[in-house]
Structure formats: C-alpha cells, structure tokens
Write a protein that binds this ligand. Structure first.
Ligand SMILES: Cc1cc2nc3c(=O)[nH]c(=O)nc-3n(C[C@H](O)[C@H](O)[C@H](O)COP(=O)(O)OP(=O)(O)OC[C@H]3O[C@@H](n4cnc5c(N)ncnc54)[C@H](O)[C@@H]3O)c2cc1C
Length: 388
C-alpha cells in the first residue's frame, strides 16, 4: 500500500522533528506532516537560541532525559558538522533562599553535575556585565550551553530526510481515525495516509480535536521575548565568550532568562520574563504585537540588572508556551487511538529535551522500550478530572 507508513509524526516543531530523526533508524517508512514550512515563526520552536542546563532547579526527575538529550545534541553536532552547541556556561542567580538557588544546587548534587556556588562579588569578577548586589547568590554550571535552535532543528530534519524519512510541509492534519492497520490520517489538502503508529507533536495546537482527554490539561499562552544591544564600549562584556546563558530570580519570584547572541540572525542579547504569560483562547497563526506594558517593565528591569545594555529593546516578539497545571511536560499514549503517542505542554522549557523525548516516542511507536522512561510526564498524574 503506497500510503502506508510505520510511523507518521504530526507537527514538525522541535519535538516532531526530533521524533522524525530518531524514528527513521527504528522503522522503515516514516512520514512527518507539518502545517507550515520547515522554518516558520509560529508555535514554540522559532528563533535562534535556547538554553541547555542540567543543574535543573525544576527537579532531579528531569535528569535522565537531560543526560540523554545532551548525548544526542552532541551526536547531532558531529553528524551535521556544524556548531550547534555554544559552551557559554550557565549562571543561575537569586537570593539565598530562592527556588532557583536551592533547586539548582539540589539537582546538581543529586546528578553529580559540576557546579560552583558564587557570591555576588564573585559573579561580578567573572561576568562584569551582571550588576549584582553583593547579597545575591549564584550557581554557576560550567557545562551549561546555548543551543543553536534553528540549526539544530534543521539539522535533525536534514538527518531524518538523508536517512530515509519523508517530510510533507504546508499540509494540515484535520482528522485521525482508527483503521484496521492502525490510524487513518486525513489532511486539509485531501491526502489520506495510513499509519501503524502516530506521534502527535502539534504544540499549542494539540486541541481537543485530536486528544480530548488531554485538552483539559493544556493552556496555550503567549509570552513576550526581547532583544537588547550593548551600549558603546560594553560590546565585549556581552560577547559569547564573556556572557553566559542565565536565569535570574527576582524578589517577587519572577524569573528572567537570557542568552548571548549566537548567530548573525540574532539582533542582540535575548532576554525575557518566563512568567509573563498571557492565556490565549487559541494559538493564533498571526502573532500579535507585544504589549507596551511588558516592554516598559523589562526596560526598567534591564536598567537595574544590566547597566551595560541599552534598556530600549531593539526587537520584541510574542512566542507560545503550552503550559500544564504543574508546568511539567505532558507525554503519553492516546487511549482513543491505536498505537498513538503525544508530547506537548512543554511549559516553556522543553526544547533542550527534544532529542531524548523524540527518541523515547519513536521507541514507543515502534514497539520498543524507551531508553528513558517517560512515566513521570504522564497526564495520569492529574487523575481523571481537569484541575482547571
Ligand atoms: C520565547 C521562548 C523561549 C524558550 N526558551 C527555551 C529554552 O531556553 N530552553 C528550552 O529548553 N526551552 C525553551 N522554550 C520552550 C521550547 O521552545 C518549547 O518547549 C518547544 O519549542 C516546544 O516545541 P513543540 O514541537 O512541542 O511545539 P511547536 O514548536 O509549537 O510545534 C508544533 C508544530 O505543529 C504544527 N502543527 C500544528 N497543528 C498541526 C496540524 N493539525 N497538522 C500538522 N502540523 C501541525 C505547527 O505548525 C508547529 O510547527 C522556549 C519557548 C519560547 C516560546
């Protein structure tokens, strides 16, 4: 049967692309279907850079996936022969008792991850671009890095296609139905495919249409992100060699994050508030402009924390998070469909995990045991009723 595939992956953001790359070595016929193009500015995977860190303040449960993802990012870099990993180190700043400090130290100790606990004074010596008060504390993880997000995603896509996967762009899956051989996949342009297994990675579009049981646990949220230019004579303090990826917990619990510019396509230093999330009724294909109040707020924060940056953002953009009630991931089996799995709700921190999640999904879809268990991320943890 011409249209029969072992695995069909629906939605080629970073999760779907990773699943495509990992599935191709485990199955003979693998197809990815993406509503938009190979790169686009919708959803969550757009942009040039992402942070990779393992002293994960969010908890040690993420460590097995992080370790596997680290191996796979390095493997991808070798395969593509392009620099995807920029070893900047990671600085996680907060007050002594903050979640970020306590959590990063706890996970680093548990995972035996190289780290140092620094005073504000020590941070200023190492990274003068941070205007840190002496009473602040920081955890420095030398092995943390900035990932080249666009190149990494395209690298996985190229590797998948080079080794036999098929990718169909510009077509939207509109329905999934059980079929005697697996699942029937229907697209907007009228194509029908049969999959022995499907993997659904449609990010904020993982609507009730595909997975009614999970829709209640997801919220698509719009989040603003900004870029700043160093002031004259401060350029070198914000260079790739001198400016680490960072998280910075403020007194009110807000988390600021940022990364140096790692590509010519990136207009400056990328900084955003993780917590400025606006619920949207549905993720809109046309991104709306960033609210002025968010720009004003971040300008004020930059003035206090990074006096070497011009506080006026040179660019502002909205992006999407798909958020679960506990801000962890939702990954599991789709009970209503034959041999089908999904990963979504990466709650604004999923990119770094993508190859490990993709690999585990590909194993499940081909009847193998995942190398790293995904059970901690099952929606079963919420019980049967929606917590919202
Ligand atoms: C501003 C910002 C900064 C972030 N920073 C970090 C970071 O530093 N580190 C980190 O680890 N994570 C970070 N994240 C989170 C990370 O980027 C996301 O967790 C990840 O990109 C989610 O990818 P996804 O593939 O699940 O979803 P998406 O990227 O949204 O992909 C879903 C895809 O499905 C397609 N699609 C939708 N419906 C259909 C359909 N019916 N048929 C076919 N295709 C369909 C869409 O077009 C889209 O391409 C950040 C996110 C944002 C927004």
């Amino acid at each position: 049967m011409k249209n029969l595939y072992d695995v069909i992956i629906i939605g080629l953001g970073v999760m779907g692309t990773a699943a495509l790359w990992r599935a191709v070595s485990k199955a003979t016929r693998v197809l990815g279907i993406e509503a938009s193009g190979p790169t686009h500015s919708y959803g969550s995977s757009q942009g040039e850079s992402r942070i990779f860190r393992r002293a994960y303040w969010e908890g040690a449960k993420y460590l097995p996936l992080l370790n596997h993802a680290d191996l796979l990012w390095n493997e991808l870099e070798r395969l593509t022969q392009r620099q995807l990993i920029f070893r900047t180190g990671g600085l996680f700043v907060g007050h002594g008792s903050s979640r970020i400090i306590a959590g990063s130290i706890k996970t680093a100790k548990e995972g035996k991850i190289e780290h140092e606990v620094w005073s504000g004074e020590r941070v200023k010596q190492a990274f003068p671009s941070f205007d840190l008060k002496n009473e602040m504390t920081a955890v420095f993880e030398p092995g943390a890095y900035a990932l080249s997000a666009c190149d990494a995603r395209l690298g996985m896509l190229n590797e998948a296609i080079r080794t036999g996967a098929v990718a169909q762009f510009g077509d939207r899956v509109v329905s999934l139905e059980n079929h005697r051989l697996g699942v029937k996949v229907l697209t907007l342009s009228g194509h029908t495919y049969i999959a022995k297994s499907t993997i659904i990675t449609t990010g904020p579009w993982i609507t009730n249409r595909f997975i009614p049981s999970v829709g209640n646990f997801l919220e698509p949220r719009q989040v603003p992100i900004f870029w700043f230019k160093p002031k004259k004579h401060y350029e070198s303090a914000f260079s790739l060699e001198k400016f680490p990826v960072f998280l910075y917990e403020l007194k009110d619990g807000s988390i600021l994050y940022g990364a140096p510019s790692i590509s010519k396509a990136e207009p400056g230093i990328k900084i955003g508030f993780h917590n400025r999330q606006q619920l949207t009724s549905s993720p809109n294909w046309n991104n709306q402009p960033v609210k002025q109040a968010y720009s004003d707020e971040i300008s004020k924060t930059i003035e206090t924390l990074f006096s070497g940056l011009d506080p006026q953002p040179i660019k502002a953009k909205n992006c999407f998070y798909t958020v679960s009630p506990d801000e962890s991931f939702l990954i599991g089996k789709i009970q209503s469909l034959n041999s089908s799995y999904f990963a979504s709700a990466c709650s604004g921190h999923g990119f770094k995990f993508a190859p490990a999640i993709g690999d585990a999904l590909a194993n499940l879809a081909t009847g193998q045991r995942p190398e790293v268990s995904l059970s901690a991320f099952s929606p079963d943890r919420f019980g049967s009723t929606s917590p919202r």
